[in-house]
Design a protein. Structure first.
Length: 437
């Protein structure tokens, strides 16, 4: 269905009203709005002493990592906070996974307070999907996949996004394994913001065991199922008459098996919820080589209860379907913006160690949330100004504005075209033994 003319015009007007800004300046402006952002970056030693202009240095490191361009383009020898030595010091001692997660939590909380974000959603719906990165260097943390990486190897960055366009959590996994092995882990990594009640994924993240594990931990699971007419429904009573659904509801849910393993199922759920054990490891242990153990079969039978209810709602409830598709489109918009920002080195991941990959992509996620927060704040101001001027802003159109617009954001940088006076001679050669600045 084409977008209504009122929505097209509103999007055009709002985008034209947003100020033009370069990405580093955008990050600094967001840091000035959210005091907890800079405060989240503490020294690895636990020392409370902070270097001067720490916020400026952190912004430089975040932008260098997020744009995948390295430190050289963001260094400024005349600015103490942006020298190469300072950037390396801040990167090694202040920018790590726990500080990035704490700063991200502050951004998520700030995003939830904006009226426009509240129009988009209540923060109780989230989706998980992966974006692939080629790893051209030798690394034990990359895996082959001809479909996504050609002849090279790569990684998948699984991330969770709520219905207010804020990124909640992410995880780096090697290659392109079934997302179902890692979905529950990504859910448990969330810090800050409301805890989503429902999780939407694509077909690759679906399994009956994931259905069971997520519902055991108190969340609804709503995967997008391929070939919906061919999906099997499940029943408790083999002799019950379901009318037209008799042929579809041909699977049997073994309640005796669930009851026999109920205590162990609860122990597994508590262990995952308290982060005592990885859901990825649990899923592998209870489904060895595709053959579930007795405990895995009990969790799968439990998950089939909710899978059947989910399929019935998909077939019967149009708003339920639209909600899932809208959330899936939202995460695709975030991935498109991530590709635009992560443009250096052909958009490939050149770090070899897992911690380095995780830190760089966490920096990318943090910068993405900075862009989302900045866009939301200024789009909200633009909508308020249009209403004050008498422009008819429909509530249905306002709910479909995007936080991922980027035409007003300078990402590639500016280049100088000033030729110095060389006096007719050539430039001097560099000293091969001198330090590279």
């Amino acid at each position: 269905m084409p977008d209504p003319a009122s929505l097209v015009d509103l999007r055009r007007r709002v985008e034209a009203m947003l100020p033009e800004i370069d990405l580093p300046e955008l990050v600094l402006e967001v840091m000035s709005w959210v005091p907890g952002f800079t405060e989240a970056f503490t020294h690895a030693s636990g020392n409370h002493a902070r270097v001067a202009d720490l916020g400026l240095s952190v912004a430089g490191v975040l932008c260098a990592n997020a744009m995948n361009v390295g430190f050289k383009p963001v260094t400024s020898p005349g600015v103490p906070g942006l020298t190469r030595d300072r950037l390396h010091h801040v990167d090694q001692n202040y920018v790590r996974l726990d500080t990035l997660a704490a700063a991200n939590a502050a951004l998520v909380d700030a995003q939830a307070e904006i009226p426009l974000a509240q129009v988009w959603g209540g923060g109780l719906l989230a989706s998980i999907d992966g974006i692939r990165f080629v790893v051209p260097v030798r690394s034990i943390h990359a895996r082959p996949s001809p479909r996504f990486f050609g002849r090279k190897r790569g990684i998948t960055w699984l991330n969770m996004l709520n219905d207010q366009a804020a990124g909640l959590a992410a995880k780096v996994v090697a290659g392109t394994p079934r997302d179902s092995l890692n979905v529950v882990d990504v859910v448990q990594l969330q810090r800050g913001g409301k805890v989503p009640e429902a999780i939407i994924t694509d077909t690759g993240s679906y399994s009956d065991i994931v259905f069971g594990l997520l519902h055991l931990t108190g969340r609804q699971y709503r995967p997008q199922l391929a070939n919906l007419p061919d999906q099997r429904l499940w029943r408790f009573d083999d002799n019950a008459d379901y009318g037209p659904l008799n042929q579809a509801a041909r699977g049997h849910i073994d309640t005796a098996r669930i009851a026999a393993h109920w205590e162990d199922m609860c122990r597994v759920a508590v262990s995952i919820h308290s982060c005592e054990v990885s859901a990825h490891d649990v899923t592998r242990m209870i489904s060895r080589d595709g053959n579930p153990t007795p405990l895995g079969q009990a969790i799968a039978h439990y998950g089939r209860i909710f899978k059947t209810l989910h399929i019935l709602r998909l077939a019967d409830d149009e708003p339920y379907r639209r909600e899932g598709k809208s959330q899936a489109n939202l995460v695709e918009g975030r991935h498109d913006l991530a590709r635009r920002i992560y443009h250096g080195k052909k958009g490939e991941m050149v770090r070899t160690y897992y911690e380095g990959m995780e830190d760089q992509l966490s920096s990318l996620g943090l910068v993405l949330n900075c862009v989302v927060l900045w866009n939301t704040v200024y789009s909200n101001r633009a909508v308020e100004q249009l209403r004050a001027q008498g422009y008819p802003v429909l509530d249905t159109d306002e709910a479909r504005l995007s936080a991922f617009i980027r035409s007003h954001i300078g990402i590639d940088g500016h280049y100088a075209f000033n030729l110095p006076d060389l006096g007719g001679a050539h430039r001097p050669l560099r000293d091969p033994d001198a330090r590279d600045d």
